[in-house]
Ligand binder design. Structure first.
Ligand SMILES: [Zn+2]
Length: 632
């Protein structure tokens, strides 16, 4: 996954999650799986009641006395609790004569049915997660893993609709989706048939999922949206775009996504690939019932992206390249290279691998590096990105062991440091890459290592979490083992200049690019006691605001027509955080009683800070290593 963190939030918005311990009594069953034949799951998009979708589950006969039906508490690729069971209403269990059976709701996600041998059918209604994302006090899943139920759009992250019987995660599913025949639909899941009602008012599509994992791994979109297709090598890509106000069309992103994936394929070379890949882009209107967790979640053959619909096209394209390339690179890890925790994922009581440095860090590093490797960005752009990762990483606990954080990611203080996987995690990937280039005279790097690991393991063979560092050290060099011990397992902060020196780079002081709410990762605004947000002294060192006359203590009253309140701040400043030069903005400031209006075109903002530049007299050896690093 990749989450666009408004670092603003980390700094001062309190997240209302409570990590209540699940009651782990006798409910927990072992991982021995038996087959319950085929589980038939039906979703009726044509029969919505009060914004809820009816679902019917028909299992084959159970031989055991008691069975537990669960919706996932956590889903793969996310590192937080989702509790999809919270969105289920009106749960009912029936016998073959249609009589209701008793059941007990054991916790948010579990229903225990004592008369399992009599169970024939389960029905319930599903609420969407997007509607309540902005409701205070309700913990909701990360938007790209969430669900949307609206007249003209259904985002079906199927794990929000369909659960599993404990112990029967390996049973196959027949999935039927009944919808309006006028709707578009897209899914990477295999469709095995389609029927229309006699009056042609409904259509039912039949899909096949070999096991529950395939239900969680194959999101779908139904409704009024656009699909574009293009071919990248042997991959057929489907780009589905839902823009509620019809601001964007799928065609607007087609060329950018094509160029990006072509470059990714060229960068990856002969790593195994899929025949079909789906990109689902859901653009958020940013009102009360729209999603606000921007970013994306990866699947084996698709990704769901959620972004603000109000973003200007150039900024949106740029973000899409960063985000979708990250998700596509997940094909390497964890989708192909992963530990047992990932392979035998427990949706109810998951354990977490030590290796987020690799799953998220190396993936994010690839998404950054391939752009310079394939000439999509300049070397200077790449250096700026690396520098901003160093700056962003400084906001997290630099002495926290990455492996310890990874294994304990659901709980404090680790959860608050999770997002560092996209900053320091990527830098860990970079240091390993440079070290391997140095050791091998430029012949090997992190990409070749990942290819070797994917040949050794691959999608169907997990590695032993405890042994991975030793295995990599054996495959590479003692210095790599030392690096893991000191900087990934250990708590020593990384001295980045040591690695830059290997490739003939050094820090330079001067003006560096920054965004519009921070200087070098330091916020230039803060909330006040009376619920407004004002500029700090640092605003004078942010060139955009300074040039436009903003002063310390100015209250930020309104941005592009939306009033800034504590309720709207999260969305507004997430958007400001993602602003790119180009479009016109209008900002109203209050200076005492005076209203100041800044109406101007956005220009790149700069602040004082460290950049990265070539050493004046870098040796030919260093230049060669640099070249192999940046240009494969
Ligand atoms: Zn990711």
């Amino acid at each position: 996954m990749k989450k666009i963190f408004s670092t603003f939030l980390i700094a001062f918005l309190v997240v209302g999650f409570s990590f209540a311990q699940a009651d782990s009594d006798s409910l927990k069953t072992t991982k021995i799986e038996s087959k319950a034949g085929t589980i038939e799951a039906s979703i009726y998009l044509t029969k919505i009641v009060n914004d809820k979708v009816p679902v019917t589950i028909i299992p084959e006969r159970f031989k055991q006395d008691t069975v537990i039906y669960r919706l996932p508490k956590v889903i793969p690729g996310t590192y937080a609790i989702s509790d999809f069971g919270n969105f289920i209403d009106d749960f009912k269990a029936y016998d073959k004569k249609g009589r209701e059976l008793d059941f007990t709701r054991k916790d948010e996600n579990s229903w225990m049915i004592p008369n399992a041998t009599k169970l024939r059918k389960i029905t319930y209604l599903v609420n969407d997660t997007f509607d309540v994302e902005n409701t205070e006090g309700i913990a909701t899943p990360f938007s790209p893993s969430g669900t949307n139920i609206e007249e003209d759009n259904f985002l079906l992250n199927l794990h929000g609709f369909i659960g599993y019987f404990e112990g029967f995660q390996n049973s196959q599913y027949q999935l039927d989706i009944t919808s309006n025949p006028k709707f578009n639909s897209a899914s990477a899941l295999q469709m095995v048939g389609e029927e229309f009602s006699k009056d042609s008012l409904t259509a039912t599509q039949h899909y096949y999922a070999p096991r529950y994992f395939d239900i969680t791994d194959n999101p779908m979109m139904y409704g009024d949206f656009e699909i574009e297709e293009f071919q990248v090598g042997n991959i057929k890509v489907y780009l589905s775009v839902y823009s509620p106000n019809k601001i964007y069309k799928a065609i607007d992103f087609k060329e950018t996504m094509f160029e990006m994936m072509k470059a990714q394929k060229a960068y990856l070379g002969d790593i195994n690939s899929t025949a079909r890949y789906d990109i689902f882009l859901y653009l958020s209107e940013m009102n009360e019932t729209s999603p606000s967790g921007f970013g994306a979640l990866e699947h084996h053959t698709s990704t769901v992206v959620v972004m603000p619909e109000s973003m200007p096209i150039e900024a949106l394209k740029k973000s899409m390249v960063d985000i979708v390339s990250h998700e596509f690179f997940h094909i390497v890890t964890p989708l192909s290279i992963h530990s047992e925790d990932v392979h035998y994922f427990d949706y109810y009581e998951p354990t977490f691998s030590k290796h987020l440095w690799m799953y998220e860090g190396v993936t994010e590093y690839f998404a950054t590096l391939f752009q310079v490797d394939q000439g999509l960005v300049s070397e200077d752009d790449f250096y700026n990105k690396i520098m901003s990762k160093i700056q962003n990483a400084s906001m997290y606990d630099d002495t926290m062991s990455f492996t310890e954080m990874s294994e304990n990611v659901l709980i404090s203080p680790y959860q608050e440091n999770y997002a560092n996987v996209y900053e320091k995690g990527a830098l860990i990937g970079m240091c390993l890459d440079i070290l391997m280039r140095e050791e091998s005279d430029g012949q090997r790097g992190i990409l070749s290592l990942m290819k070797e690991l994917s040949l050794k393991y691959g999608e169907n063979q997990p590695f032993d979490d405890e042994a991975l560092f030793t295995i990599i050290e054996e495959m590479t060099y003692p210095s790599i083992g030392e690096f893991f011990k000191t900087y990934v397992v250990g708590s020593t902060p990384i001295n980045y200049s040591y690695y830059f020196e290997i490739v003939g780079l050094e820090f330079s002081e001067g003006q560096v690019e920054t965004n519009y709410i921070m200087n070098n990762g330091e916020l230039i605004l803060e909330p006040t006691a009376n619920g407004t947000i004002r500029f700090l002294d640092l605003v004078l060192e942010n060139s955009f605001w300074k040039e436009n006359g903003a002063l310390p203590n100015d209250v930020i009253f309104e941005i592009n027509g939306t009033k800034v309140t504590m309720a709207t701040a999260e969305q507004i400043f997430t958007e400001v955080y993602m602003w790119e030069p180009g479009p016109e903005v209008e900002v109203k400031l209050l200076r005492g009683d005076e209203e100041i209006i800044i109406k101007t075109e956005l220009t790149q903002s700069y602040t004082k800070g460290n950049g990265l530049q070539s050493e004046k007299y870098a040796s030919p050896v260093k230049l060669e290593i640099r070249d192999s690093w940046l240009k494969g």
